[in-house]
Design a protein around this ligand. Structure first.
Ligand code: NAP
Length: 259
């Protein structure tokens, strides 16, 4: 049983759907006060209303995490509405596919701008408020793709997700004196709306390549974020937790066929 995070002010970027919405739901259910961030303010508002209707405390804020002024306004909104910032879940991310030779500079910049620069900007914007609090938690949603594995079409995405871990390690050292921890979650294949839309065959094939023989649930990732945001995780910083059902473990197909 983790110490309750009741009242902790939590910003979740990319919380209008998918993993971010799951993290926001989990934190709100535990009593955190949650700022739901996405570019589409209407979608963010719908999530905030859902959480409020369930008795939680949540509100929406529309911004692009690649925009420095936007994320500054995001941090200011959390402080104005809730009096500070305790936890930042830097989760917003995009993953459009483009192969080398066809990928444009604009496509590269868009993915790195959202996933990597967006992480830097979000953390930077929340720092003053966390320092005023005398503590803080940063939880970055990275991926197994990039830090550990590769997938065709995703050189830009993989570079951004590996880059988040490089950022995390140095940020963890720099921010430790301010009692701010910085950790990352590396999800494998998580059953989000996007993955569901890829059809049964795709899902079956992916599940067959995972030792635990199932895709991850959004709750699997959200529960890891809850742990990293808890008092019990206060001595963990600069670490990535892989949440993938063992997907990265088999060294060959034979390793899986033998079980
Ligand atoms: P998703 O369902 O596509 O949701 C992405 C969220 O991010 C949405 O709320 C989206 O809202 C928001 N967003 C995108 N660009 C943004 C921007 N520039 N500024 C602010 N918000 C932005 O994606 P997901 O599958 O949940 O993925 C969430 C995170 O998990 C990503 O970082 C992704 O790389 C990582 N991840 C996912 C998986 C997986 O299996 N799904 C696996 C490994 C890692 P708007 O479009 O309205 O802005």
């Amino acid at each position: 049983m983790l110490t309750p995070i009741t009242g902790r002010v939590t910003i979740v970027t990319g919380a209008s759907r998918g993993i971010g919405r799951g993290i926001a739901r989990a934190f709100a259910a535990q009593g955190a006060r949650v700022l739901i961030v996405a570019r589409d303010g209407t979608a963010a508002e719908a999530v905030a209303q859902e959480l409020t209707a369930k008795g939680g405390t949540a509100s929406a804020f529309a911004c692009d995490v690649a925009d420095a002024d936007g994320v500054q306004a995001m941090a200011a909104a959390a402080e104005e509405r809730y009096g500070g910032i305790d936890i930042l879940c830097a989760n917003a991310g995009i993953f459009p596919a483009a192969r080398l030779g066809e990928m444009t500079t604009a496509q590269w910049d868009e993915v790195l701008g959202t996933n990597l620069k967006g992480t830097f900007l979000s953390v930077s914007a929340c720092l003053p408020a966390m320092r005023r609090r005398g503590r803080g938690r940063v939880i970055i949603t990275s991926s197994i793709t990039g830090p550990i594995t590769g997938y065709p079409g995703w050189t830009h995405y993989a570079a951004s997700k590996a880059g988040q871990l490089g950022f995390m390690r140095t940020a963890a050292i720099e921010l430790a004196p301010s009692n701010i921890t910085v950790n990352a979650i590396l999800p494998g294949n998580i059953l989000t709306e996007g993955l569901e839309a890829m059809g049964d065959d795709y899902r079956r094939q992916m599940a067959a390549s995972i030792p635990l023989r199932r895709l991850g649930s959004i709750a699997d990732v959200a529960n890891t974020a809850l742990f990293l945001g808890s008092d019990e995780a206060s001595y963990i910083t600069g670490q990535g937790i892989v949440v993938d059902g063992g997907q990265v473990l088999p060294e060959s197909l034979a390793a899986l066929e033998g079980i």
